[in-house]
Structure formats: C-alpha cells, structure tokens
Design a protein around this ligand. Structure first.
Ligand SMILES: Nc1ncnc2c1ncn2[C@@H]1O[C@H](COP(=O)(O)OP(=O)(O)OP(=O)(O)O)[C@@H](O)[C@H]1O
Ligand SMILES: [Mg+2]
Length: 380
C-alpha cells in the first residue's frame, strides 16, 4: 500500500508537523473539559488550497477519540460544499444531517446514543419546517439550529457523561460567500450556547482571507476564534512528511538526502506536491532512489502532475484569464497591475479568487506555485 495520497487528507498516523495548532487543540480540549464556567476555545484553521486544513481536522478527531481516554468527547464533522450553503436553511438542514451522520464518541457511548441521535435529527428538521413534508417555516433556521444543539447537549450528550462536544465545519467559506451574515449568526449561536452551559467547541477551516473580505460583518466572528494559518513546510518538515509514512509502514526505500532536498526545492514544501511526487516515486517499486534515478524519473512525474492537476487549473480560467496566466508565466517572476494594463484588472481579481494567482505584499501577482508556472511555460 502506498501511504502517499495527494488527493486525500492525510491519515493521522502519517500526519507531520503542525505542532502549534495541534498543541493548541489539546490544551483547548483539556481546558474545556476541566473548567467550570463554560467558554470553550474555538479554533480556526486557515490556509490556501491543499495546504492541509482537512488533514488537521482528521488529526483533531484522532486526538479527541484516541488520545484523550480519560474524557468523554463527542465529535461531529460537517464538510461544507456550495450547494449546502445556498441559503441559511440549506446550511442548517445540511449541518443537522451531517452531525447525525458523522458523529463519533469513544467506546460504547456511540451505540447507546445512535437511536436518540436519529430522533434528534428528525425532530430538528421537522421543527423548522425544513423537511419536505412540511412546507411552511415555523421558526428562523438560526433559532432552530441553536435550539437543536442545545437539545442535543442537554438531552443526549450530557446525560451520557460527555464532557466536551467538538463541532467541525470544513470549508466555511462556502457559507461566507453565499451568506456572509451566516458567520455572524454562527457566533451568536455558539456564544448563546456557551452562556447556557452547553459545552461545544467550534472548529472551522477556510482560506486565509475568510475573515478579511467581509471585514465589518465578520470581525466579531474573527475575534471568536484562535486563528492558525497553515504554511508550506520547511526543509526539515518536508523530511518529516516524507520519512514518517515510510517508517510507520516499514517501507524499505533508501532515498538519498539529495533527493529529499530536491523534492523540497520542487514542491517548495507544499504538502500536496510532496505527496504527489512521493506517491509516484513509490509507485515505481524501486527500493533505492539515488539522485540520478530521481532526475530520470521526474519528467514523468511532472507530466502526470500536468494531467491530473494543472490542466484542470487551466480549465477553470476563461480565455482572457488564460492570456493573463501565460503573461505572468513568461514574466521574470511576478507582474504588477500596471505591467499588464487596465483591461486585465477584473481578470486578475478573478484569478486571485480562483486561487490561481496570489498577490504579494508589494502588490505584485505571482502564479500560485512555481510548478504551475513551469507547466504553463511548457504549454507555449
Ligand atoms: N500535516 C501533514 N502531514 C503530511 N501530509 C499532509 C499534511 N497536511 C496535508 N498533507 C497532504 O497534503 C495534501 C492536502 O491535504 P488536505 O486535503 O488536508 O488539504 P486542504 O487544505 O484541506 O485542501 P483543500 O483546500 O483542497 O480542502 C494531502 O495529500 C495530504 O496528504
Ligand atoms: Mg480540505
């Protein structure tokens, strides 16, 4: 089995680095289980595409359910997507469904509360008129959500001895994009719940700009979280991301130190590209990879990357945006707005929104990764 899987979040046993956010989570969990006055720390994991946000959630879940044996914990995951966030009712319906579907606890509690969770879900959805059978809305969806969560805590979790509930919302920007006020609502819900001694810790992920774009509405929401921004790995961290899965799975592959350094240089420590390259390296089946072997292999890996990643990046760009991408790729390193001209202003904005380019602090535009730049250069 190949432990490197670029298109899936990493299995917690191969999870490398990210010590700050992991330690903060452990501490927050301990505190939430011990303090008498309930005011749990909420955690926001922020970062760009493929940087490892969902992997951090997998790790959180693993810590809560496998490491903290002395505390009874309830965990539920809500993986948001655009259609789940078209309206606030959709968001509440989807969240209630997902909480019931995904929840987990340690030991036997899960079996004990399964039926109760199902009843809770049906009641929550019918109460709001969100079920198909009942058309008219009897209560605002935000109140429904708050009441449902309070009921979940007071009637199901607390009586079973659960000390902390963790609710994780992955990719919250889908809600923010369609309904920015939803972020404010989320804060009201969780703040009110905390006042009522409902011990839910809220964890969210989103792009770094989640709190920036909708500043006035989101500011109180931003203050509600301890924020952790994920960055690409350093050279040492890249080494850990490569060697840990090999050691855990006792995979006997000898790799020159220079190969790891080269992978770092190519990937710039981006976890997705590290996994992509390592997956293809292991798929060769060789048990010794010298620097020369890697140099020979790399063109094939790069071609594969083009097919499975960069070509779909290019597909989401319009013809005019493609033109801008090729212009940036052929520039020395980055371009400024004035280098391109007024007619490309909106394209730059849209490309940034699509995550294909990034803006530096000095107002210059760069392609999102040097490997994408390389790919574009090869297309021309
Ligand atoms: N801490 C880590 N250790 C090792 N590999 C990691 C780590 N974090 C992420 N990866 C690898 O990076 C890739 C992307 O991770 P993940 O899906 O968690 O990112 P994401 O930020 O949630 O992406 P998206 O923006 O697409 O939702 C995966 O291949 C994963 O295995
Ligand atoms: Mg993700």
């Amino acid at each position: 089995m190949n432990p490197f899987q670029p298109s899936h979040p990493v299995n917690p046993k191969y999870f490398a680095n990210r010590k700050n956010v992991v330690e903060a989570f452990r501490l927050a969990l301990r505190n939430a289980s011990e303090t008498r006055s309930v005011a749990p720390t909420n955690i926001a994991v922020l970062g760009s595409w493929g940087i490892g946000k969902t992997s951090v959630f997998n790790k959180f879940e693993h810590i809560a359910l496998k490491e903290m044996e002395d505390i009874n914990i309830f965990v539920a995951r809500v993986q948001l997507n655009p259609s789940a966030c078209t309206t606030i009712s959709d968001f509440v319906t989807f969240s209630v469904n997902e909480i019931e579907r995904s929840f987990d606890t340690q030991g036997s509690i899960k079996m004990k509360i399964m039926d109760k969770m199902l009843t809770w879900k049906i009641k929550s959805l019918s109460f709001s008129g969100l079920r198909i059978e009942k058309k008219e809305l009897t209560q605002h969806p935000v109140s429904v959500f708050q009441n449902s969560l309070e009921e979940l805590w007071c009637r199901i979790l607390k009586p079973e001895g659960i000390k902390v509930g963790i609710l994780m919302f992955d990719d919250l920007h889908y809600l923010a994009e369609n309904y920015p006020k939803g972020l404010y609502d989320m804060r009201s819900v969780f703040q009110s719940l905390a006042l009522r001694d409902v011990n839910f810790m809220l964890c969210i992920t989103g792009p770094t700009a989640l709190f920036v774009k909708i500043r006035t509405l989101a500011e109180p929401f931003a203050r509600f979280f301890d924020k952790y921004e994920l960055k690409s790995f350093s050279l040492d961290e890249t080494k850990e991301a490569i060697t840990l899965p090999l050691n855990v799975e006792k995979i006997d592959v000898k790799m020159d130190e220079k190969v790891i350094e080269k992978i770092y240089e190519l990937s710039k420590g981006h976890p997705y590209f590290i996994h992509f390259i390592m997956r293809d390296v292991l798929d060769t089946g060789s048990n010794k990879i010298t620097f020369e072997d890697f140099e020979k292999l790399y063109p094939k890996i790069f071609l594969h990357m083009g097919k499975s990643k960069f070509s779909s990046d290019l597909e989401i760009a319009s013809d005019k945006e493609k033109e801008v991408l090729f212009k940036i790729a052929s520039a020395y390193e980055s371009v400024s707005f004035s280098d391109l001209g007024k007619q490309y202003r909106s394209s730059l904005y849209r490309l940034e929104e699509k995550g294909l380019i990034t803006k530096t602090q000095r107002g210059k535009y760069l392609l999102y990764h040097p490997l994408f730049r390389e790919y574009l250069r090869c297309q021309r």
